[in-house]
Ligand binder design. Structure first.
Ligand code: SF4
Length: 319
């Protein structure tokens, strides 16, 4: 069953030059206990999507059904009660943590804000439990964020997200600021927590190789649009969209005997402000035709569950 159903979701921002289409007509389902990887370059709208889904940003239009409830139509007050079930882990743990608060204070903060308990002993016990859960040594309770490395700071961010017993977590580039060895530890922790607590994740990243093992499904975004979505394994063996293929070709191959051949993406980026009625990838696509420059493609199902936004997807697949 889908825990999250996103329908025709749009998030536009008004700018002096016109409307910036950050998220445009996005339709996605995320099954309970699974991970949807959301991938794309910086500026593709993936972080805006994550923030809009949990109403850190108000959507321009569209709906988000969470556990059967339309959270886009409830008042802010009603949403406050629901918001404990939807949390976020941020990219830069240092920037998202108040440097004046100790580890224990940081983890206790959401418990106090949402008034889960006012009992100080219960709060301390809950903080220690959470520290154990995310692998933070109890002796660090009184440490401050600047005294810790990036991995431990991200563990604080994860403990804060878990403090309210959420069902759904948006992980917004949670490992991209970390060293590679620590990235693996944090990814393993997130996977263990998912199994243990049946968590559902939206995992946002610019790096396809990061989501390869953690995602059940992956959606690729380009300038506000979902251009391809399918099961994670399928995306790596049978990509259709030229943009997905270019992203995959840029993943480093750990074998010196295999020559890396990244597909170049030249050409200007389409402006996300008042985008034209055309494929937004057309200026950078080596396969663009007149049709691509004069009409926007619609998402089409290539095989069951595998959708692609490209006029020429079938034809290019047969080449
Ligand atoms: Fe390229 Fe045309 Fe497909 Fe867009 S619709 S990705 S321009 S082939």
């Amino acid at each position: 069953m889908a825990l999250l159903e996103i329908r025709d979701l749009k998030k536009y921002f008004s700018t002096p030059r016109g409307m910036l289409h950050a998220v445009d007509e996005v339709n996605l389902d995320i099954e309970e206990g699974t991970t949807l990887g959301v991938v794309g370059e910086s500026g593709c709208g993936k972080s805006t999507l994550g923030r809009t889904v949990i109403r850190l940003l108000e959507p321009t239009s569209g709906t988000v059904m969470f556990d059967g409830k339309d959270i886009t139509s409830v008042t802010k007050r009603q949403f406050h009660a629901l918001s404990t079930q939807m949390q976020m882990i941020f990219q830069d743990p240092y920037a998202s943590l108040d440097p004046r608060m100790s580890v224990a204070e940081l983890i206790a903060e959401p418990i106090k804000v949402h008034k889960l308990t006012r009992n100080r002993a219960e709060i301390s016990e809950r903080v220690r439990d959470l520290m154990d859960t995310v692998g933070l040594a109890r002796r660090l309770e009184r440490s401050y964020p600047h005294e810790l490395d990036g991995g431990r700071r991200q563990r604080i961010g994860i403990a804060r997200a878990l403090a309210l017993n959420p069902k759904f977590i948006v992980c917004d580039e949670p490992v991209s600021a970390l060293d590679v060895s620590i990235q693996a530890q944090i990814l393993n922790l997130l996977q263990d927590l998912q199994q243990e607590k049946k968590l559902t994740y939206m995992f946002i990243t610019h790096n396809l190789s990061v989501v390869r093992h953690i995602s059940n499904e992956i959606c690729v975004m380009y300038l506000g649009r979902v251009v391809e979505k399918c099961e994670a394994k399928e995306l790596f063996v049978h990509p259709y969209h030229p943009y997905t293929k270019a992203l995959l070709s840029a993943i480093p191959i750990p074998n010196i005997h295999i020559e890396q051949k990244p597909i170049p993406m030249t050409g200007e980026l389409t402006s996300p402000i008042n985008p034209p009625n055309a494929c937004r990838f057309a200026p950078r696509c080596p396969y663009a035709t007149e049709q691509c420059r004069s009409s926007e493609p619609a998402l089409e199902e290539m095989t069951p569950g595998h959708v692609v936004l490209c006029h020429r997807a079938k034809e290019l697949n047969d080449l």
